[in-house]
Design a protein around this ligand. Structure first.
Ligand SMILES: Cc1cc2nc3c(=O)[nH]c(=O)nc-3n(C[C@H](O)[C@H](O)[C@H](O)COP(=O)(O)OP(=O)(O)OC[C@H]3O[C@@H](n4cnc5c(N)ncnc54)[C@H](O)[C@@H]3O)c2cc1C
Length: 499
C-alpha cells in the first residue's frame, strides 16, 4: 500500500490532521490507528457511560510517580479512534495567552498567544463547546465555598484567570464532540482520498537515507510518498521514534537499535498535571449528576509572587476516578462509595520533568514511564501543592461546604502541620493524565529540542510529530483543547509546504 501522507495515531490531534489534509486535496492520506473504530459505541460517545469502557481500549501503562516510589500509577492512554479525546471528561479550557508567549520564548517561533488564537477559532468552528449549567447542589456548594474564601466567580469559557466557576465541555449534551466525532464522523462519508486503517499497529517507521519512507505495521508495510505525521501521543510518539532509531544514541545502542539520528531530547522533558486530592465525606450520598462528576473548577493564585493562577482545583463529585475507573488504586485506604467528594489541586505549570524510556526495541513492550513528580530543586511544586491543599481543606470548613461535608477523610485530621503534610504529599501524587512535552519543539540551535517550530523531526526528512508531545512547556489548564489546536496548526503547516 502507498499513500502520499501517513498519519500515525487517530487521537485528539491525528484525527484533525488526517481530515484537514484530505480536505485540502494535496494527495492521498492514510490514518493508522491501533485501536478500534469509535462511531456508535455508547461508552465512547456518551460521556456519562465512559465507566463502561474496559481494559481492551486502554494501553494499560504503568508510571512511577516519583523516583523514590515503588508504587505505580495506572497511566491510562486510550487505544481507539479518537484517542484519549474519547475517554476523557471533555473539560474544555483555552489557556491564557501568556502560556503560549512562553512557548515563543522557548524557541517556538509562530506559537505565541497571538499566533495560536486563530487555530483555536478554527477548532471551535468545528467542535461543539457547551457551558455546564450551575444546577447541581454540590457544584453550587463548591462555588459558594470558594467565594466565601474570596475567589471571584469566573466564566472559564471566556477567560482563564484566578477564580471559581463551572466548566465548559467539548460536547453536545452528553455526547462528546471529540476530534474524531467532529472531523471524521460519519465514517461512511469520508472523502475518497482518506483511508482509515484501524486495529493496525505501527511497529516502526522506516528510513531510507534519513528520509521517512514507510510504516512497518502488523498488517504489512505502508509507504508514504511525501510525509509521515506521528500523532501517537505524549508516551508513544517518543517510543515510536526511539524504536525507529531516533533518540539518545547510547540508549538506542543498548537495545541494538540502529541509530538514524542522535536526538538526546526524545522522551525527556515529560510534563504532566498532578494532584494530591483532599477528600471529604458527605452527609448524604452525592445527588446524581447528569453528565460528568467533574463540572466545576477553581484556579488559585496560591502565592502573591505568582504571575497568575498557579494551581487548578478540579472538583470531583466522586473519588472513584482512580479506584473505579481504570482499576487504579487511589490510596491504600481510599474511601469507596457515593458519600464522598474530592478536591483535586494541581500545579498549573509544574517545574518537575520526567522521562519515557524504551525497555525493548519491540513497540508492544511498554516503555518505562518515570513521572519524576516533586523533583524540582527549589521545591516549587511541593510548595504550590502545600498551599493549594491548605486552601482546599479550608474550603471544607466554610459554611457552604459545612452543609454537605461531615469530615475530611484524606489527608485526614491526623495529618496536621507542615512536615506531616509534606510527607503525605510525597506519598500520594496522582495524575490528571496530561502526559506531554516528550518531543518538544524549539529552535534549531537547541540540542534538547526534538522538533523545529514547524514540528519537523530534526536530523531526518519527511517526518513530523504533531500531538501533546510537542509542548515546549506545560499550559496551565487541561490540555486537550491545546492538543487539538496543535492538530489544526500542524495541518496548516503541512498543507502550506505542499503548495
Ligand atoms: C482519563 C483521561 C481524562 C482526561 N480528561 C481530560 C479533560 O477532561 N480535558 C482535557 O483537556 N484533557 C483531558 N485529558 C487529556 C487529553 O485527553 C489528552 O492529553 C489528549 O487527548 C492527547 O491527545 P494526543 O493526540 O496527544 O494523543 P491521543 O489522543 O492519546 O492519541 C494517540 C493515538 O495514537 C494511537 N497509537 C499509539 N501508538 C500507536 C501505534 N504504534 N500504532 C498505531 N496507533 C498508535 C493511540 O491508540 C491513540 O488513539 C484526559 C486524559 C485522560 C487519559
Amino acid at each position: 500500500m502507498v499513500f502520499d501522507y501517513i498519519v500515525i495515531g487517530g487521537g485528539s490531534a491525528g484525527a484533525i490532521i488526517a481530515r484537514r489534509l484530505a480536505d485540502a486535496n494535496i494527495g492521498s492520506v492514510a490514518l493508522i490507528e491501533a485501536g478500534p473504530r469509535d462511531e456508535g459505541v455508547p461508552a465512547m460517545m456518551d460521556i456519562s457511560r465512559l465507566f463502561e469502557l474496559d481494559s481492551s481500549t486502554d494501553w494499560g501503562f504503568l508510571a512511577r510517580p516519583t523516583r523514590q516510589s515503588s508504587r505505580h500509577l495506572n497511566y491510562s492512554r486510550a487505544k481507539m479512534l479518537g484517542g484519549c479525546g474519547n475517554h476523557n471528561d471533555c473539560a474544555y479550557l483555552v489557556p491564557p495567552r501568556e502560556d503560549f508567549d512562553a512557548w515563543r520564548e522557548l524557541g517556538g517561533k509562530g506559537w505565541s498567544g497571538a499566533d495560536v488564537i486563530p487555530y483555536f477559532d478554527r477548532l471551535e468552528a468545528r467542535i461543539t463547546v457547551e457551558r455546564r449549567p450551575e444546577n447541581h447542589p454540590f457544584s453550587k456548594a463548591f462555588i459558594r465555598a470558594g467565594e466565601e474564601l474570596g475567589l471571584a466567580k469566573v466564566d472559564f469559557r471566556s477567560k482563564v484567570e484566578p477564580g471559581i466557576g463551572m466548566l465548559a465541555l467539548n460536547a453536545h449534551g452528553r455526547f462528546r464532540s471529540s476530534s474524531s466525532v467532529a472531523y471524521l464522523h460519519p465514517l461512511a462519508s469520508l472523502p475518497p482520498n482518506l483511508g482509515i486503517l484501524t486495529e493496525t499497529l505501527v511497529n516502526r517507521i522506516e528510513f531510507t537515507d534519513r528520509v521517512a519512507t514507510a510504516c512497518i505495521t502488523d498488517k504489512g508495510r505502508i509507504a508514504a510518498r511525501r510525509e509521515i505525521i506521528l500523532c501517537a501521543g505524549g508516551i508513544q510518539s517518543p517510543q515510536l521514534l526511539m524504536v525507529s532509531g531516533i533518540g539518545d544514541a547510547a540508549d538506542l545502542r543498548a537495545h541494538d537499535i540502529e541509530v538514524v539520528h542522535n536526538s538526546p531530547g526524545v522522551g525527556k522533558h515529560l510534563l504532566d498535571h498532578y494532584t494530591v486530592p483532599v477528600i471529604f465525606e458527605t452527609a448524604t450520598p452525592v445527588p446524581d449528576w447528569d453528565i460528568t462528576p467533574y463540572e466545576a473548577v477553581a484556579m488559585l493564585k496560591t502565592s502573591p509572587d505568582a504571575r497568575s493562577a498557579d494551581s487548578q482545583v478540579q472538583f470531583g463529585m466522586t473519588a472513584g476516578w482512580f479506584n473505579g475507573r481504570f482499576g487504579d488504586e487511589y490510596h491504600p485506604s481510599a474511601p469507596k462509595g457515593r458519600s464522598i467528594i474530592a478536591l483535586e489541586p494541581n500545579i498549573a505549570i509544574s517545574r518537575s520533568h520526567g522521562t519515557v524510556k524504551i525497555t525493548s526495541p519491540d513497540i508492544r513492550i511498554a516503555p518505562a514511564i518515570d513521572m519524576n513528580y516533586l523533583s524540582d530543586a527549589d521545591r516549587y511544586d511541593e510548595d504550590v501543592l502545600l498551599r493549594a491543599i491548605d486552601f482546599c481543606r479550608r474550603m471544607g470548613k466554610t459554611e457552604s461546604f459545612g452543609r454537605i461535608v461531615t469530615k475530611e477523610l484524606l489527608p485526614g485530621p491526623e495529618v496536621a502541620g507542615e512536615e506531616l503534610l509534606r510527607n503525605y504529599i510525597r506519598n500520594n501524587c496522582q495524575t490528571y493524565y496530561h502526559a506531554s512535552g516528550t518531543c518538544r519543539l524549539g529552535s534549531e540551535r537547541d540540542p534538547g529540542a526534538v522538533l523545529t517550530p514547524d514540528l519537523k523531526v530534526k536530523g531526518v526528512v519527511g517526518l513530523r510529530v504533531c500531538d501533546a508531545s510537542v509542548f515546549p512547556a506545560m499550559v496551565s489548564v487541561n490540555i486537550n483543547a491545546t492538543v487539538m489546536m496543535v492538530g489544526e496548526k500542524a495541518a496548516d503547516m503541512i498543507v502550506d509546504d505542499a503548495k
